[in-house]
Structure formats: C-alpha cells, structure tokens
Design a protein around this ligand. Structure first.
Ligand code: PHB
Length: 401
C-alpha cells in the first residue's frame, strides 16, 4: 500500500494533524504525492567544519555517518540519498547564511551537524522556525535541547553539561580540592565549566580561577605561566581538535606537573599527535575506545577499513546519526512528509551504539553513560570505569521535557 500524506502544511503536521488519516486515505489507485515524490532522492544536509581547528572532527562525523547508511544498503527508507555538505568553518558569524543555504536554498529533508555550539545556536533558530528535521551530531549547546527544544530537533551526541558534570566528582575523589579551569571563551566552554562546577563546588571544591581564551586562539603560553604560579591541585580544561593537541603539548613542554583533567574531547582524535605529553591525563566522556561491546569492536574495525583512520568519539556520533536516520526513515518507508510519524519513531528509538545502547530523553538528547578514561602510555588511553551511569541532561527550559 502506498502511503499518502495529504496535509498542506508542515506546521499542521507537527501540531498533530494525522499522518494516520493520510495513510487511511491512501487506498485509491490514483498516484499520490508521496508515490511520485518517492522517486526523488532524500536530501541529507550536512553542516560541518572541513577547515580550521575542528576540520578532523567534521571529516570523521561525515565519513562515519555515510558508513552506517552504506552498511544499511545506502538508502533511507528505500530511497536514494543526495548528500549536500556545507563547510561551516566552525564560524558562528557564517552559520545563519550556511544553514539557509541548506534549508532554504537546497530544501533539505533533514540537516545534520554542526560541531560548534555557536553554529548550533544559529542553525537551531532557523530549523525550529522552518520545522526542518534536525539531528545534531556534535555541538553540545544546552539550549538546543533546553529552552530551544522542539519536536523536530534531536541530538545524537551530548550536551556540554553531560561529560563535564561527572568530572568534578572524579577530581574530588582523586583528592584535589583547588582547581584552575581554562577553556575557550564561547558557549561550549562556559557550559563545560558550569557542568564541572555543578559537582565540584557542592562536593567541597574551590575554583581558584577560570582562564578564558578566545576561540579558536591557541596562544597558551602566558596562561600556562599563570597556572604554574597559582599552584592549584589540578587543572580542568575544555579544548578540542587542533586546539586540544596544541594545549596538551604546550602544557607538557612548560614542565607543569599539576594533574590535568578535562572532557574527553581533550584527547579524542588527537592522542597520537599529543604522544607522551598526554600521559596521565584523566577525562570523562560518553565514549572510550576500548569499550568492551560487540558494536564497538565491529565499528572500530569497519571505520578503520573504510577510512584508514582510527575511530574516535566524533566518528561514533556520526555513525549513530546514520543509524538513527536509517531507523527513522525505515519507519515511514521513506515518506519524508510523514513528519509526525518520523518524530514518533525517533523518540522511541534505541541506538545500538559503539558507546553502549542509548535512548532519547523527552528533550531529544541521549541518556547515556559517561566513562572515565586515562592515558596510560603514549597513544594509549584506557577505560577506567563508569563515572556516571545513564546520565540525562537536566534540559532546563525545555517545555517538552
Ligand atoms: C561545541 O562547541 O559544542 C563543541 C565543540 C567541539 C567539541 C565538543 C563540543 O569537541
């Protein structure tokens, strides 16, 4: 039976006008709009950085998303796919124009990405208004599944608060009471600092100083001198991609022996480049390379075979985005107009992820384990344990939650 959606307005769909009614009306032999539209390719928009400090992140997310879809037959709900990628440059100033290229210009059926929280803020503002299906495959901006949450907006990655929150308790357990924080001065940095504080300060810790660095600046030397002079028990940082590689090398080269903590983005994807400088670093994240589950083992081997690169958390998020899209469109046989049913399928989805199985909160963000990892030798980071099991973001301000 061919499915048909007869509503004329996307808004009315999300408002509850029944896809079911459309399906019931689809028994006539007259070709329906969907039957004709089904020939068309599904347009998957990708807004990710392919240049700048986050370039490697964008490539891993993209390649792993395509890998998951290719492994499922290379189609979504039986339809061919047209990928339309735009280089976000991780630049919030260009984010509105770049999102509009995909949403208004290319009229994509779904948009995925970005990496940078500032880009996500601009993207979500548009896709919320336009009701374009959105799957955030990295950026942790709390607002996207907080005050800006919407039925059509999902995230397969994390909120910045999620990997940060358990780390405050880890640092206290390790016996460190006075901490200096250092992070890029934009939404993600503020939210990582906030998540850390949320467990560290009530647990009895003191934040001596928060050092903020303009994004994507990597001039760390003067700040490292200041840290050495402050003599905290530990240092907690948020940097990622090229910036994280440089920070860790600079910290080591400065001869600072103060224990270094961070979100796992400090080492993921850059561990080889950091070499011996990273040894000893402890981080918390929703993934660890050596997680002992079959999905992870298969994924790491498949990603390596497909790209000749080692998988990292970004690849995992891309892969899970691909799996999520496969499941969502399979539920409606590729009928991109059946938005209400697509959303219902997405809300119910369980993703058998390399990070471990996860489901979505009412705010459409993963409920997931946060793992503690430590770099034990150059290029070798190991899983130490679960820092927080099945952690949901508080989703402050989300009316759906
Ligand atoms: C963000 O801006 O939300 C962001 C960027 C890079 C990361 C994590 C979060 O690795």
């Amino acid at each position: 039976m061919t499915k048909s959606i007869t509503s004329t307005s996307r808004r009315r769909f999300l408002g509850g006008v029944g896809a079911a009614a459309g399906v019931a009306a689809a028994t006539s032999s007259v070709p329906t709009r969907f039957a004709i539209g089904q020939q068309a390719k599904i347009k998957v928009g990708i807004l990710l950085p392919y240049t700048g400090t986050f370039a490697a992140l964008g490539h891993n997310i993209t390649d792993a998303m395509k890998l998951a879809i290719n492994q499922a037959g290379g189609k979504l709900g039986g339809r061919e796919i047209e990928y339309i990628a735009v280089d976000s440059e991780a630049d919030p100033a260009k984010a509105t124009a770049n999102t509009n290229k995909l949403v208004v210009g290319s009229k994509v059926d779904v948009i995925t990405g970005p990496v940078h929280s500032g880009v996500a803020a601009a993207m979500v503002k548009i896709t919320r208004e336009e009701e374009t299906l959105t799957v955030i495959s990295n950026a942790g901006a709390g607002a996207a599944t907080g005050e800006m949450c919407a039925p059509n907006i999902f995230r397969t990655s994390f909120t910045n608060w999620q990997p940060a929150f358990p780390c405050g308790s880890v640092v206290l357990k390790d016996g460190h009471k006075r901490v200096v924080m250092m992070y890029w001065k934009y939404a993600a940095g503020f939210e990582f600092a906030g998540g850390f504080r949320d467990s560290f300060v009530p647990g009895g810790g003191t934040v001596m100083k928060e050092i903020q660095v303009d994004f994507p600046n990597v001039e760390f030397q003067a700040h490292l001198t200041e840290i050495a002079a402050l003599k905290p028990d530990a240092v907690y940082v948020f940097f990622a991609g090229g910036g994280a590689a440089k920070f860790v090398k600079d910290y080591h080269a400065a001869g600072i022996k103060i224990p270094l903590y961070g979100s796992g983005f400090l080492t993921d994807g850059v561990l080889q480049a950091q070499d011996e400088a990273a040894v000893g670093i402890k981080t918390t994240l929703h993934y660890a390379n050596d997680l002992d589950n079959p999905a992870n083992k298969k994924f790491r081997a498949d990603f390596k075979a497909a790209t000749n690169r080692d998988a990292d958390v970004y690849a995992v998020q891309g892969y899970d985005t691909g799996t999520f899209l496969v499941q969502a469109y399979a539920a409606v046989n590729g009928d991109t107009g059946a938005k209400k049913q697509i959303i219902a399928a997405m809300e119910k989805a369980t993703i058998d992820s390399p990070r471990g199985k996860f489901t979505f909160s009412k705010a459409h963000n993963p409920i997931q384990n946060i793992y503690l990892r430590q770099v034990k030798a150059p290029g070798q980071e190991v899983f130490l344990g679960v820092a927080h099991e099945a952690l949901a973001d508080p989703a402050k301000g989300c009316k759906m939650a």
